[in-house]
Design a protein around this ligand. Structure first.
Ligand code: HXC
Length: 260
């Protein structure tokens, strides 16, 4: 990494996976614009770095992230919110093209829950709590929480969480499909890293296409989504890795992928 950051920490990459830790423990990783800007910049740098195939994003042991920084939020009136740069930053985070796995221990609240939902996969510690408590502050989620939560967990549970501000625990989140796996908290990051490393071994172009097409399902009707899938499937037929994968299978050997 060429840049240095104050609000996030980037560990040394392991097996083509970059671990990013949110690092504002004094405020339970409350998400300031500065933190989000650093995260967006780091992800953009990683997107350009051929040596990194996937990212794991984590917070603290007891709190993943406590939401938007309420001190910053308090200073914004309606015009301030209208002119807020944050929606554009969130978009940059969402546009990260490589697999992003959130390893969530403890509270993921408000913008913290929304940040976890920007990830492609969530691995939760069994101490995790997910919530959108903005209603208790006279607000509603503002970084995709209403839209992504309802798509992840369905109408009834999303309504309960957003209208009543009730949290769900890791097991409820697992049952609802918000998270992919629940782990003992000490192993959450390790499990997320292992999963990311496993994905990092796969043919990169197919991984990229798969992520893009899966995310399209949130945005399109079935027919358009199927066409999108077929186009991506067809494009991959022109890649060396696809030929290598099929040939290796037929020749009963391990494939050697090059990312081309
Ligand atoms: C700013 C925060 C903060 C936040 C905690 N802190 N959450 N500062 N913004 N969102 C600060 C506290 O003020 C306190 O600072 C320190 O972190 C420790 O917090 P405590 O509350 O004392 O800790 P604890 O009792 O352990 O409770 C942990 C917690 C609680 C359950 C996570 O902090 C909490 O409920 N936080 C707010 C959660 C929330 O409402 N989030 C939604 C925000 S709105 P001092 O200086 O006193 O030590 C939102 C809108 C999204 O996210 C819109 C798009 C981004």
């Amino acid at each position: 990494m060429t840049q240095s950051y104050e609000n996030i920490v980037l560990d040394k990459p392991v097996a083509a996976v970059q671990l990013i830790r949110l690092n504002r423990p004094q405020a339970h990783n409350a998400l300031t614009s500065a933190l989000l800007l650093e995260l967006a910049a780091a992800l953009e740098e990683i997107a350009r770095d051929d040596a990194i195939a996937a990212v794991v994003l984590t917070g603290g042991d007891k709190v993943f992230a406590a939401g938007a920084d309420l001190k910053e939020m308090a200073a914004l009136d309606m015009v301030g919110v209208l002119n807020d740069e944050r929606p554009a930053i969130w978009r940059r985070i969402y546009q990260f093209p490589k697999p992003l796995i959130a390893a969530v221990n403890g509270f993921a609240l408000g913008g913290g829950c929304e940040l976890a939902m920007h990830a492609d996969i969530i691995i939760a510690g069994d101490n995790a709590q997910f919530g959108q408590p903005e209603i208790n502050l006279g607000m509603i989620p503002g970084a995709g929480g209403t839209q992504r939560l309802i798509r992840a967990v369905g109408k009834s549970l999303a309504m309960k969480m957003v209208l009543a501000g009730e949290f769900i625990n890791a097991q409820e989140a697992l049952r609802a499909g918000l998270v992919a796996e629940v782990s003992v908290p000490e192993m959450t990051i390790e499990r997320a890293m292992k999963l990311a490393q496993s994905i990092a071994q796969k043919p990169a172009l197919a991984v990229k296409q798969a992520k893009e097409v899966l995310l399209k399902a949130f945005e399109t009707d079935l027919e358009a989504g199927l066409q999108y899938e077929r186009k991506a499937f067809t494009v991959l037929a022109g890649t060396e890795d696809r030929n290598e994968g099929i040939n290796a299978f037929l020749e009963k050997r391990k494939p050697k992928y090059t990312g081309r």
